[in-house]
Write a protein that binds this ligand. Structure first.
Ligand code: MLT
Length: 272
């Protein structure tokens, strides 16, 4: 039977919000990790497509969405520990793990930390390399702007990259929802994410050692994790499937959910 549970878990003294939906006890649960500066809502089209057949778990990473703001410095390893704490709490051994962009950086950390918990991986609009010095400096400028101007700084920088120009013009409802979500974020929570992304490990060397079925999904017009970067990444993961979502920029799961869900469901059906 389809169930829907929302919960706040206290992890290291901070509330972590988690949605746990769909069919329990049938096949592997699917965990989907969101990007920056977003939350579990970015997966809503995928959750509605999957919940008829799968259990789908979508946490809000600390500092974003309905989760609390971290009490001290965060690294990708800390966000990964939170995901493991959620799985332990739910008594789930193994999952299909999906990570979008920053969620992908967390997925790389989980692949290093607890590969035995991961039965298959979906790497969406993400990249394995670390930030360059220039990239790190941009994160510092973003962190500073977040303190000065609030979460509007993240919205102004990210919205034009999340969607294509066409969607920004023609899908006003989506642009509006995203703006509202980003403006509602706690600026300090986003600063933690910026610093964690700036100093994340380079995961390039991990790619050849991934031993589970992997789906790599790129957005045809993504300028953050370009199709070229993602295709090269897929080529290094043994047996990985590479798919490109047409007409989508960075936020492919929301910009072209029909195409995205087809690719996702096809991958999951073959796994099960
Ligand atoms: C994201 O969507 O999570 C961010 O664009 C990732 C990044 O800035 O590296």
């Amino acid at each position: 039977m389809k169930e829907e549970i929302t919960m706040n878990l206290s992890i290291d003294g901070v509330e972590v919000y988690v949605e746990d939906k769909g069919i329990k006890g049938k096949g592997l649960p699917v965990v989907l990790l969101h990007g920056f500066p977003l939350d579990h809502h970015m997966w809503r089209n995928q959750v509605s497509a999957l919940e008829q057949s799968y259990r789908v778990i979508t946490p809000d990473l600390q500092g974003m969405g309905q989760s609390g703001v971290p009490l001290d410095n965060r690294s990708m390893e800390h966000y990964a520990d939170d995901v493991l704490a959620v799985l332990d709490h739910l008594q789930i051994d193994r999952v299909v793990l999906g990570g979008f962009s920053m969620g992908g950086y967390v997925a790389f950390s989980l692949l290093r930390k607890a590969p035995e918990r991961i039965a298959a991986v979906i790497l969406s609009n993400t990249r394995a390399d670390a930030d360059t010095t220039e990239g790190k400096k941009n994160r510092m400028s973003m962190a500073s702007a977040l303190f000065d101007k609030g979460s509007i700084a993240a919205k102004e920088a990210m919205l034009p990259k999340l969607l294509t120009e066409q969607s920004l013009k023609e899908n006003e409802a989506l642009a509006e929802q995203l703006s509202k979500a980003m403006l509602g974020m706690n600026p300090e929570g986003l600063v933690h994410a910026c610093l964690a992304m700036a100093f994340r490990k380079d995961s390039s060397k991990l790619l050849t050692s991934i031993k589970v079925p992997t789906l790599v999904i790129a957005g045809e017009r993504d300028v953050i994790a370009t199709p070229e970067i993602m295709n090269k990444m897929a080529e290094q993961i043994p047996g990985a499937l590479y798919e490109e979502i047409p007409g989508a920029a960075h936020l492919a799961p929301m910009e072209n959910p029909e195409a995205y869900n087809r690719v996702l469901l096809d991958f999951l059906q073959k796994l099960h």
